[in-house]
Design a protein around this ligand. Sequence first.
Ligand code: FE
Ligand code: FE
Ligand code: ZN
Length: 277
Amino acid sequence: MLTIGCHLSSSKGYLAMGKDAVKINANTFQFFTRNPRGGNAKEIDPTDIERYLSFAGEYGIRRILAHAPYTLNACSADEHLRDFARRTMADDLARMEYTPGNCYNFHPGSHVKQGVETGISYIADMLNEILKPEQTTTVLLETMAGKGSEIGRNFEELREILDRVQLNSHMGVCLDTCHVWDGGYDIVNHLDEVLTEFDRIIGLSRLRAVHLNDSMNPLGAHKDRHAKIGEGCIGKEALIRVVNHPALKHLPFYLETPNELPGYAAEIALMREHFCD
Ligand code: FE
Ligand code: FE
Ligand code: ZN
């Protein structure tokens, strides 16, 4: 069975997200742990969590994916900003344990003139401080488009981070189709080769989630502008091949396309219709 969902607003809590997911025929979803620009997280509501967990069990919502605020920069040149990223993510990971066994995705960060090496060591340092042996959450590094000085523009950079994290059994990767395409990986004409390279450099066993997006820009543009499925340069056929690829089809897929719920419902229906079990 295809595990697919989309990014949902977390403002009304977990149960509300579960209900939205079911409404659009999703069996997973992604959400921001707090305002995407940072700031305080809502208090955890144990009743909401309890109701959500039983609802999720009943409706077959399996793995869900939390996304860190995208403004966090674990490799900022500013010590206070690095510290803010570390404290925010540590707090997010503590909350994640209320819904055990899920994934938490984050953008590695932008090194801004410090160089890739420095950026990677800051990111690994942060992970070494916040990961705990007993946690049940897997932390995912997202593949990035390489806009500006983003770390994670290629598989090698992600591998380098993983290599420096002591508790890296708690780490994985989330592949964003728009980002890798913008990063120069031709998933339209050479999906097999791209996945073989991912396997060689990172290892496919590290891949835990896919962000399913079309891209407004051509291969290698390093822009990161998501498009609706079939309205961008990747196209519907290529994205259907992605969800059906033997190396990927067991993974959860998350749409982050510019849509409201009805648009997401249509894209989920499209992918389900073309999924071969
Ligand atoms: Fe992201
Ligand atoms: Fe993404
Ligand atoms: Zn993006």
